[in-house]
Design a protein around this ligand. Structure first.
Ligand code: ZN
Length: 266
């Protein structure tokens, strides 16, 4: 059985074994919020069943970004006009092309992914929206580009929890395939301004972390951004930049390619 673990009063995290991805439930006085909906309809039904073992309240959904493992379960949550929130750039990317890419990149999940109807958010956020779940404010914030073009975080101030999506990753290194590696450090710095020493940060994948972990990942992201700028100025091949990176070569190479591209766009 897929189980939600309560990390703070009324804030529960489901760490799903497939891709070690997190979904978070925030329970208010009148409504509950589900942050991210996993990869497939089957996983999302497990998530919804786990949510219903905790609360009967009407639901809202937030997607932290457009990647399939965070939003392809949306179709299971569309009953009863459940509002689905995301950053507007992220919503624009949720469609059949995204599904086809997920199918070809993840052969182990291909059958289930091919059956998904990609369901974009119905409520769009540009930079900031405040929700009230009934005596429980939740702040949705887009601090800028980073892991993707449309990363959105959810802050629950009264529980001192921040749900970061893939802007922060615990169980593996950050992923740069759709990233903005030169912007990412500034985005995490803005996120850090919302943290206390005690804030629990739910990463996109892996265990819940603290500000200290976020600060360390920020240092690594900043170091990589600097290496990319330096490499571009020197005309260095991406492999030479990757050799100095704090992240593994296969993680770093796409970051360097994207960084060079962004530095040389007209
Ligand atoms: Zn992602």
């Amino acid at each position: 059985m897929t189980v939600l673990r309560e990390i703070a009063a009324g804030v529960h995290v489901l760490r799903h074994p497939v891709l070690d991805v997190n979904a978070t439930l925030v329970v208010g006085g009148e409504a509950a919020l589900v942050v991210d909906t996993l990869s497939t309809a089957g996983q999302a039904r497990q998530l919804l069943a786990a949510v219903r073992r905790v609360t009967p309240l009407p639901l809202q959904v937030v997607n932290t970004h457009h990647h399939f493992d965070h939003c392809f379960g949306n179709m299971v949550f569309t009953a009863d006009d459940c509002p689905i929130w995301s950053q507007e750039e992220a919503a624009a990317l949720v469609g059949p092309a995204l599904r086809d890419r997920a199918v070809s990149n993840h052969p182990d999940l291909a059958t289930d992914l091919a059956a998904v109807t990609p369901t974009p958010a119905t409520r769009l956020v540009r930079t900031a929206i405040d929700l009230d779940l009934g005596d429980r404010p939740v702040q949705l914030r887009h601090y800028g580009r980073g892991h993707s073009i449309g990363d959105l975080v959810a802050l629950i101030p009264d529980a001192d929890v921040l749900v970061a999506g893939d802007l922060i990753e615990e169980s593996g290194p950050p992923q740069f395939g759709d990233a903005y590696p030169l912007d990412w450090p500034d985005t995490v710095a803005a996120l850090m301004a919302a943290l206390t020493q005690q804030t629990q940060v739910v990463p996109g994948h892996g265990a819940v972390v603290t500000r200290r972990f976020v600060a360390a990942q920020h240092e690594q992201l900043a170091a990589l951004a600097w290496l990319i700028r330096e490499g571009d100025a020197d005309g260095a091949p991406p492999e030479r930049v990757a050799a100095k990176s704090p992240f593994p070569q296969e993680i770093t190479l796409p970051a360097v390619h994207r960084g060079y591209l962004h530095l040389n766009q007209p």
